[in-house]
Ligand binder design. Structure first.
Ligand code: UT7
Length: 343
């Protein structure tokens, strides 16, 4: 990126005095790898290993009907680049207009450098800060909150915030309690400085005492994988905690904004389980028609699930400019958070 290009494409952004500068969503994008497995496909594959499950159980307990899996040689960065290009195009921008890249992922291409740096290189952007955020399924909410803060304080004007995952790599296909739940994909948004919100309020939380109920305990030592590198989850414990913290997080951001739940046009929660999403809506007294649901077609794509759902809702015409969105994430760590957006 040449400095003349940057200047040419940079309008005069608002000053950083408190309360006068916000971040608004300028564009969204997403990408799903082409290989799609229905529950029936997965049930048949698992049966060959002697693992018993059924379409009925998966649909009834989770709402999931299909998921996408990336080919073995396709890393998170490749999915993230596709989603990022779409988001930049939807914002009416060029890659060189971006001055901050944050990628939320728990399935990075490498131990280092960050997936954000690999995406930056693929997009041909040079010089802007690029880093990953690791907060598992809350990762996108964490990344969006960090980007919002960096835009508000004047560190950035146009941030690319990506959630990209290849969770299929972490699955133990002999464990039916987890392997039917997850999928691969990526979503992205471009945030732009504005004198109007935008992102109205945010909250982030973590409680490391619960690290053991959802984790991938393995690590790399001396050139070998130590411990188990596949996903472990105490589903019921995660379920109970998720319903409770999602409700608290939603109320926290509403309170910060001085609003109540009646302002929410769309609830876009982390897509892990339809029952958790419906439970969250019920606690907020929102009709289920106001919940954006993609878990049925994507499964749980961890940090990618919220931007994937957002982009699908934008492109399908569900989400319209001027509406208010409640984005909420929850996942390993234990981590959780929410972002209230005037779209
Ligand atoms: O992304 C981070 C956030 N993650 C989540 O939010 C996930 C939260 N947890 C959940 O979504 C649910 O707890 C699960 C979908 C994981 C499990 O649903 P559940 O209703 O809590 O089921 P369960 O663990 O209580 O298991 C009920 C039964 C068990 O059999 P018994 O012991 O009652 O005979 C399981 O062995 O279902 C059995 N089971 C299955 N049966 C068929 C577990 N997995 C399967 C399966 N197919 N795939």
């Amino acid at each position: 990126m040449s400095s003349s290009q940057t200047k040419q494409n940079t309008p005069s952004f608002p000053a950083t005095a408190a309360g006068t500068r916000f971040a608004r969503i300028a564009g969204t994008g997403s990408y799903l790898p082409p290989k799609r497995l229905t529950n029936q496909d997965l049930v048949a594959q698992l049966a060959q290993r002697g693992i018993e499950t059924s379409d009925e159980w998966i649909v009834e307990r989770t709402g999931i009907r299909a998921r996408h899996f990336a080919e073995p040689d396709v890393p998170s960065s490749a999915l993230g680049v596709q989603a990022a290009r779409q988001a930049i195009e939807a914002a009416g921008l060029q890659p060189e207009d971006i001055d901050l890249i944050i990628c939320a992922t728990s399935t990075p291409d490498m131990v280092f450098p960050s997936t954000a740096c690999l995406i930056q290189n693929e997009l041909g952007i040079i010089g802007c800060p690029a880093f990953d955020v690791q907060a598992v399924c809350s990762g996108f909410i964490y990344a969006l909150t960090v980007a919002d803060g960096m835009i508000r304080n004047g560190t950035a004007n146009r941030a690319l915030v990506i959630g990209s995952e290849v969770f299929s790599r972490l699955l133990d296909f002999n464990d039916r309690t987890t392997c039917v739940l997850f999928g691969d994909g990526a979503g992205a948004v471009v945030l732009e400085a504005s004198d109007q919100p935008g992102i109205v309020s945010t909250c982030l939380h973590a409680d490391g005492r619960y690290a053991k109920i959802l984790n991938v305990p393995g690590n790399v030592r001396g050139g070998e994988i130590m411990g188990d590198p596949t996903l472990k989850m105490d589903g019921q414990a995660v379920f109970k905690l998720a319903v409770s913290v999602l409700d608290k997080a939603a109320h926290e951001v509403l309170e910060k904004a001085g609003r109540d739940a009646s302002c929410i046009d769309w609830l876009i929660p982390h897509q892990a389980n339809l029952r958790i999403m419906q439970g969250t809506a019920k606690k907020l007294k929102l009709p289920t028609e106001k919940v954006v649901v993609t878990v049925d077609q994507h499964g749980n794509t961890s940090a990618a699930s919220i931007p994937l759902a957002l982009d699908h809702a934008v492109r399908s015409g569900q989400v319209q400019r001027g509406q208010t969105l409640m984005l909420e994430g929850v996942g390993g760590g234990f981590t959780w958070g929410a972002v209230l957006v005037d779209y």
